[in-house]
Design a protein around this ligand. Structure first.
Ligand code: FAD
Length: 401
């Protein structure tokens, strides 16, 4: 490898980081991807681990293999410090690595550490392991012989509602929980008229109590204390609320980026995905993280060639949200509810997840074929729930507020 190749270090190898690596040629750059976890994880479907509609292995790819295929190096380690002056990063194991360009794609951190007792007693959904752990706790609680089985779910925006939907999907036939839902917002999905009432009505047959407009003061082993003084009993506390910038970026003063994704304080540092705070805020979504990774790669090439950098324009794509077997398309002007959006979400997942690891030999082509066949069957089943004798079974419209 010629000495003159610029050295690019990418910290974080999920949606944004991996896509940046994919768009940097190993012929022109010496690229190293560093991630603390061994596997790429498809986070947008981890809530389905609760209902067992997905298994953990369906949501993972081995990162070492993916990065090797791109012709780059992978290090499984945690980056604990960045020295902008020396252009180095430090790994948790002590090694210091030099970079010409540093790409930060490390996502956001959970706010658990900011609420007393939450890190100790609440289960979050930041990774596949977290979601599996939460699923196990729910299953264990369901199987115990107890007079009551209280659960507190903190956070009822998209992530929290997707988790709630899967709990209902898995346990509604024999509902034995008392579920308390807490959120600081006074209504669910306040951007759309009527969606709050619709979602609550979908759960009306279950023992669910809503504590909206409340925040959590403290989490204890068997209760959750709210800011208004209410104490909710809890055998399992699930945490789907709030995110904050990673301590690594805050310590280095590196959270903000221009709309070219170049750091506002250092021309050799780039931010992509959820960790990038842009001049105009965008939703923290995988469908933004992927093109941000690609743009960072393109802009590093432009920078090297002294060309003008391109700016990131977030595509105005509607989000897809699941609520058990009901899917929602969330657009700027309206939301639509129909089971067919579950099939659409599954389609988006299957296409993109498989594209991340294109097969390189016959065994992998066979694996891809069987995975796509399975997903075709799943989608056909889902579509059957939507249409009956040529008419749409259930579809609802909610205008934006
Ligand atoms: C339950 C749930 C449902 C979601 N649903 C959707 C959806 O329907 N559609 C959608 O588009 N998005 C959805 N999202 C959001 C989506 O998952 C994120 O926007 C996306 O993962 C962001 O990608 P990223 O690459 O920026 O960061 P991440 O995917 O968070 O990846 C960051 C990576 O950095 C690594 N890392 C962090 N710190 C360090 C360090 N110090 N050293 C080394 N490595 C480090 C982590 O291990 C991780 O691999 C959902 C998220 C969740 C949790």
């Amino acid at each position: 490898m010629p000495q003159s190749q610029p050295k690019i270090i990418i910290v974080g190898g999920n949606f944004a980081g991996l896509n940046a690596a994919k768009h940097l040629s190993a012929r022109h750059f010496s690229v190293t991807v560093i991630d603390k976890q061994a596997d790429f994880e498809w986070l947008p479907h981890i809530h389905e681990l609760i209902s067992r509609h997905k298994k953990a292995e369906q949501l993972r790819h081995n990162r070492q293999q993916l990065v090797k295929r791109m012709g780059h190096s992978f290090i499984q380690n945690s980056v604990i410090a960045i020295d902008k002056t020396l252009q180095t990063i430090q790994l948790a194991t002590g090694e210091i690595l030099h970079y010409d360009h540093l790409v930060l794609a490390i996502g956001n951190s959970n706010i658990l550490s900011k609420v007393e007792g939450a890190s100790q007693y609440a289960f979050s959904f930041d990774s596949i392991n977290d979601a599996e752990n939460a699923a196990f706790q729910l299953q264990r609680l369901d199987s115990l012989s107890l007079a009551s089985r209280p659960i507190v779910l903190v956070g009822a925006s998209i992530e929290g509602l997707e988790v709630l939907g899967e709990i209902i999907r898995r346990y509604q036939r024999q509902w034995r929980f008392k579920l308390y839902v807490v959120d600081a917002a006074p209504v669910l999905m306040a951007n759309y008229q009527g969606l709050d009432a619709y979602l609550k009505q979908k759960c009306a047959h279950l023992d669910i109590e809503w504590h909206l407009g409340q925040s959590v003061k403290q989490v204890n082993k068997d209760s959750v204390e709210l800011s208004n003084g209410d104490i909710l009993p809890s055998r399992v506390t699930l945490w789907c609320a709030g995110a904050m910038p990673s301590a690594l970026l805050v310590a280095a003063g590196l959270t903000a980026a221009h709309d070219t994704l170049q750091s506002i304080v250092d021309t050799h540092i780039w931010l992509a995905g959820d960790c990038a705070e842009l001049p105009t805020a965008i939703a923290k979504q995988a469908y933004h993280a992927l093109p941000m990774g690609k743009l960072v790669a393109q802009n590093i090439k432009r920078y090297q060639q002294n060309r003008r950098l391109s700016t990131f324009n977030a595509l105005p794509i509607p989000s897809l949200m699941s609520f058990g077997e009901m899917g929602f398309l969330l657009a700027k002007s309206h939301a639509l509810a129909s089971p067919s959006f579950i099939a659409a979400k599954e389609g988006v997942f299957q296409a993109n997840f498989n594209l991340i690891k294109l097969p390189s030999h016959s065994q992998e082509w066979l694996g891809l074929k069987s995975s796509l066949q399975q997903s075709g069957l799943n989608m056909a089943k889902l579509a059957k729930n939507t249409w009956h004798n040529g008419s749409l079974l259930e579809a609802h419209y909610f205008p934006a507020t």
